[in-house]
Structures are given as structure tokens and as C-alpha cells.
Design a protein. Structure first.
Length: 72
């Protein structure tokens, strides 16, 4: 399965920041598995989590939501 734009962006963020998936997930109050489930679009991202990730990744909420996969 191809990676979503959000998965790719999170991977780039991890490389650039040196932060681990576990550290990002902990900041969001979720598990590492849930973080990647959200990045794949399997689990919805709430507005607080979206804002936190957007801030971490240095983008606006509008830019962030363009990366979020559409739910089916």
C-alpha cells in the first residue's frame, strides 16, 4: 500500500527534528500505533492533535489538513 502524504510528511519531520514516533505519539496522548493509524487515515485526527502536529511540523492547519487522507 502506498504511503499517504501525511505519513511521508511525518517521516520527513522525524528525520529533520530527530524526534521519534514514540515521542510524537506521547505528545499527542496516543500510542505509536495510533499515531500511524491516524497518518494512514484509519483513525480520525481531532483538532487538538492536528494543531499540535501542524505546529511541530511548522505548517498551518490548512496546510496540515491537505495532507490528511480522506476517510472512506
Amino acid at each position: 500500500m502506498a504511503k499517504t502524504e501525511l505519513e511521508k510528511a511525518l517521516e520527513h519531520y522525524k528525520v529533520d527534528s530527530g524526534e521519534t514516533s514514540s515521542e510524537i505519539a506521547e505528545a499527542l496522548g496516543v500510542t505509536r500505533t495510533t499515531l500511524w493509524s491516524k497518518a494512514r487515515g484509519d483513525t480520525p485526527i481531532n483538532i487538538r492533535q492536528a494543531k499540535m502536529l501542524a505546529d511541530k511540523m511548522g505548517m498551518t492547519l490548512e496546510e496540515f489538513y491537505k495532507l490528511v487522507p480522506e476517510s472512506e
